[in-house]
Design a protein around this ligand. Sequence first.
Ligand code: 13P
Length: 392
Amino acid sequence: MPIVHLADMINHANRHNYAVGAFGVSGLQFVEGIIQAAENCRAPVVLNLIESNFENQEFELLMPAVTAAAQRTAVPIAINYDHGTSFASAERAIRAGCNGVMVDTSALLFSDNLWQTRDVVAKAHACGVTVEGELGYVPGVEGENAKHHPGELTYTSAAEAAGFVERTGVDCLAVSIGTVHGRMKGVPKLDYARLAKIKEAVSVPLVIHGGTGLSDDQFRKLIANGVAKINYYTALADIANRRIKENVAADRKGGHNALLSGVSDAVRVEVERCIHLWGCSGRAAEVLAQCRPWHDAEHVMFYNVPETLSENEIATLLREGKKALEAIPGVRSIRASRTIRSDAEYSYCLSVSLASKTAVEAFQNHPAYLRFANTNFWPMISDHITLDLEES
Ligand code: 13P
């Protein structure tokens, strides 16, 4: 089950002077192509779920497939939610199973960006989830991923970056040193001196957004100057589109499946190129050995109710409990069930699925949990046992 902590994965890249690729996912063909490339290269990889890609498909429906695909691989994988637009985006991502989140408030004033990022960090860290902040502004130029990044480029200042990292507590920092989201207009000029200064000023790994269109040499220099994670999407979308157009040209009467044929393989080839170029091929075993595995966790209560409690009262109790507990950060789902055996020691079970074991601790100390447990639940039931579980 090689989903690993995202912060550990990026820190490994940072310590060993390579960059892990965070490849944008747009449907299952991308998931398959990216994971196949990582397996072929024995490389760690980040599946990047960019919020704007879910305007036409449902994030919550794709995530179980993303998670299942990640869990059955032999290489370390992390699942990151990218460019969330609000605090609710982070909650949604964690609930769906992402172990990294980035809420992009980089277009705001420095102080607003700082406070909002700090709020995300507090909530995400309570669930054990990695947080990426962004300081400075990486705009879009044209193409697939650009329209969501309007405005002018603002360079990251090294002096501001140090304070931002310290006061927000982010695990890694996306910086603006001349890259843009989407396809490039002309050759981008990258400010390596600025990047080196930022690297010296901050204690966390640096991230580059807007990988599409950079040359091999530019990638090498970015990594040599301290970049440990590179976000890459539009080039993959363009490659997928090209493949679909070739399929149409080859057979104008082709059906839907024929149109998509070869897309995941075309994505795979480009991801393999990046993995080799960015120095992460062959790193899977080290990363697996040195990074904490990521497991979701469960808080389970088995209980009995007094005979005087009616079915209606039990149903109301559970309905109210679900409503109160579902809102707690890190709660992924809640299931109420009852035994199918009349001789069981406990007749009922309330099982809360949580993002991680860190989230279990935060859950049990959360005011909403304490209020429900102390006021509604424990006084109503007769006896119980509680277990906190993690996959072994
Ligand atoms: P590109 O689409 O330019 O590769 O950038 C992707 C990105 O930065 C996603 O966060």
